[in-house]
Design a binder for this molecule. Structure first.
Ligand code: MOS
Length: 707
């Protein structure tokens, strides 16, 4: 193990476990108004009027008319309103915010508001939705010829559901008007500069008119990538109107019903096979975006780029679309579009293999990409693809091949077993040219006269460890003890824009900027004086430029890789599945702290297992999300998967700090493919097409198949 990988105590460990950390809800309440959103109650309607009760002194009703700038939240596009326009487009859409000094009174006033709607028929079904937000096509080769010449053509559909991020701390933002008219917005967020750009536009002020601080954040998992921009704008508008600080912290119910979740998907795969090999794939990927476009463009891009899996497909045609429905807008969640398509392609490969009379593992192995091969977008896998070695590691850990063969034989009795495997990548960093063209990250180091060094960057600690790993990198280059280097929560008034905390980019991209900055500082170091150095992102030379209009080039500089195996035992009396073991080999390059990375892999893998098995969320016939608490949306805990084994395989990336590459999202992506394949085996070889695959689904198969 490299020295940099040796684990230290996380810098935020003690304040967090001792309860001393100050989250947005913990700031003193003195002089701060409570903000409570009036959420729309129907999925699609014209809002005719709102009867607002008489407001006591010091209480305010804030809506779109109070927005001093644009009533649009800057995300990728700007169709998301701060407060609703003439219509509501989903249940929960914010119509107004009630503000005042006493929480119960604010709630009472909010609940006394009567909204008059002219209701319209909501569009809820992804299959019939006809408004397309985003639509992409790409591919290569001659797909029609390959289908015409095929021995056999497969045509199947796969579906995945919502997934709720279920961070411990719900969404919360606070806005404080400062002396001189500047607005200070702080709260639970992944991307301080995203909130900055959004609030500026809504207040109609310049960059200096507002600053954003990321508070201690109790988890994000993507759920705090875009949503805090919306809530940040709402509290900022409210504070602007009230002339006082306004804080809005969601309760769990609001958070689960109305904030962004993972996109449900519907994927159709048509696959041509000749002489036992896949010769073409014709893939249609559809994501349910919800009522506004938010991040769907980029989520969809990542999803469709991953849609042929990690297999060589000589002829490829991909169509992806994100469609509008009158439901809560979906957004980022760890994996960002890729878990959906990797599930579909892994199941598709499994079904083809079985139809050809071979096991899925050797069939997949025969199609694996390797270094130098073209990617789905005609870029290149520039670096080694360590999947064969990782399959061997997982096999050694759980005896995969032998169990796979054993469980394939006919089973009888109450308990039936199965094992399945998935293999996949996660494109490290932003998709396409975003890093080069949009983000243009800048990071700084400031050395004080006493020899301590402060990191100035905008990447937030969201549990992934950047407050520890960034200082480790800098301390390492400067030969300083770790206590001498620190990284505070970013405030846009103090730190440059090193980009958002997303896409598994922070450590790989910004960590490398900091490493280079530290080398620069070391070379210029003068004792006893204050010094500052800066580094800017430059794209690695080897990259084949990506063009979004053609959907061609290197979508990512490099890839993190993983192999997952999951072993299950189904109780055919109850439909309940016990997970006997979950085994993963993960390559995220050099771990910049072994325990931090291991924790990420274990937590992410467990989230993926939840997504695959028990995390079922849906809306009813009126478009209302039916699960709004942790008693009717279950997430797994360590007790559900006691035998979870993660191994780190290290394939160093030369352009990441000490060989590190993107880590955060990888562990979640592959679980559904492995889990559902295992369920197929335990259920006597049925072909399954959706995730999550729950106990109810299991019982239905048992009844249908007479198992
Ligand atoms: Mo992340 S899912 O790119 O916020």
């Amino acid at each position: 193990m490299d020295r940099i990988s040796e684990s230290v105590v996380k810098k935020d460990h003690l304040p967090k476990v001792s309860g001393r950390s100050v989250y947005v809800a913990d700031y003193p309440t003195e002089g701060v108004l409570f903000g409570k959103l009036l959420h729309g109650k129907v999925a699609r309607a014209k809002v005719l009027d709102v009867d607002v009760p008489e407001l006591p002194e010091g209480y305010f009703y804030v809506d779109a008319r109070d927005v001093p700038g644009d009533n649009n939240v800057n995300i990728v596009l700007d169709d998301t309103p701060v407060f609703c326009r003439e219509t509501v487009e989903y249940i929960g859409e914010p119509i107004a915010m009630l503000c005042g000094p006493d929480e119960k009174t604010v709630e009472r006033l909010r609940d006394a508001c009567v909204v008059h709607y002219e209701e319209q028929e909501p569009v809820l079904d992804i299959r019939t939705a006809d408004h397309v937000f985003f639509d992409y096509h790409f591919g290569h080769g001659d797909v029609d010829k390959a289908f015409a010449e095929a021995d056999k053509v497969y045509d199947e559909e796969f579906e995945t559901g919502y997934q709720e991020q279920a961070y411990l701390e719900p969404q919360g933002m606070m806005a404080v008007p400062e002396e001189g008219g500047r607005m200070f917005v702080h709260g639970s967020a992944q991307c301080a500069y995203y909130v900055h750009g959004a609030v500026m536009r809504v207040l109609g002020c310049g960059p200096a008119g507002v600053h954003i601080l990321q508070d201690v954040t109790g988890g994000g998992f993507g759920g705090k990538e875009a949503f805090p921009s919306i809530l940040g704008c709402q509290v900022a508008v409210a504070a602007h109107k009230c002339g006082k600080p306004v804080r809005c912290v969601f309760d769990r119910r609001e958070d689960m019903e109305y904030t962004s979740k993972r996109h449900p998907s519907l994927c159709r795969y048509r696959v041509a096979v000749k002489d036992g090999r896949v010769t073409a794939m014709d893939i249609d990927v559809k994501f349910n975006a919800g009522a506004y476009s938010t991040l769907s463009a980029v989520v969809l891009q990542r999803g469709i780029i991953a849609s042929p899996g990690i297999y060589n497909v000589p002829n490829l045609r991909v169509h992806g679309s994100a469609v509008k429905t009158n439901t809560s807008p979906c957004g980022a969640y760890r994996g960002f579009g890729a878990p959906q398509t990797f599930f579909a392609v892994e199941m598709m490969m499994d079904h083809i293999a079985r139809d050809l009379g071979v096991d899925s593992l050797p069939f997949k192995e025969a199609h694996l990409v390797k270094q130098g091969d073209a990617t789905s977008t005609c870029g290149k896998y520039h670096f080694p693809v360590p999947i064969p070695a990782m399959i061997a590691e997982v096999d050694a850990e759980c005896d995969y091949r032998a169990k796979r063969e054993r469980y394939a034989r006919p089973q009888t009795g109450r308990y039936r077993r199965g094992i399945g495997m998935s293999m996949y990548f996660h494109g490290a960093g932003f998709t396409g040219s975003g890093e080069r063209d949009l983000i243009k990250a800048v990071a700084k180091l400031r050395k004080y006269a006493d020899g301590t060094v402060e990191i100035l960057a905008s990447n937030g600690e969201i549990g992934q460890g950047v407050r520890t790993t960034f200082p480790k990198i800098v301390a390492n280059e400067l030969n300083l003890p770790l206590e001498k280097v620190y990284y505070d929560h970013p405030d846009t008034a103090r730190v440059p824009d090193s980009g958002p905390t997303v896409a598994s980019r922070s450590l790989m991209v910004v960590g490398e900027l900091l490493r280079r900055a530290a080398i620069k500082l070391r070379e210029q170091w003068i004792d006893g004086v204050e010094q500052e150095v800066e580094e800017r992102f430059r794209e690695p030379d080897f990259m084949i430029p990506f063009y979004i209009d053609k959907f061609q080039g290197d979508a990512y500089p490099t890839y993190a890789w993983a192999v997952n195996a999951i072993e299950v035992e189904v109780d055919t009396y109850t439909g309940i599945t016990k997970i006997l073991g979950a085994y993963g080999s993960f390559d995220v390059g050099t771990p910049i702290d072994y325990n931090v990375v291991l924790g990420q892999m274990e937590g992410g893998f467990l989230q993926g297992i939840g997504y695959a098995s028990i995390e079922k969320m849906d809306y009813d016939a009126k478009g209302r999300i039916r699960n709004n608490s942790f008693s009717d949306y279950l997430i797994p805990t360590t007790k559900d998967v006691p035998n979870l084994k993660c191994m780190l395989h290290v394939e160093k990336y030369p352009d990441g700090p000490y060989g590190a590459k993107g880590a955060g999202e990888l562990p979640l992506v592959g679980a559904p493919g492995a889990y559902v394949e295992a369920m197929e085996q335990a259920l006597g070889g049925v072909r399954l097409h959706h995730a999550p695959f729950t106990a109810e689904d299991t019982l239905a198969v048992i009844a249908k198949e007479g198992l």
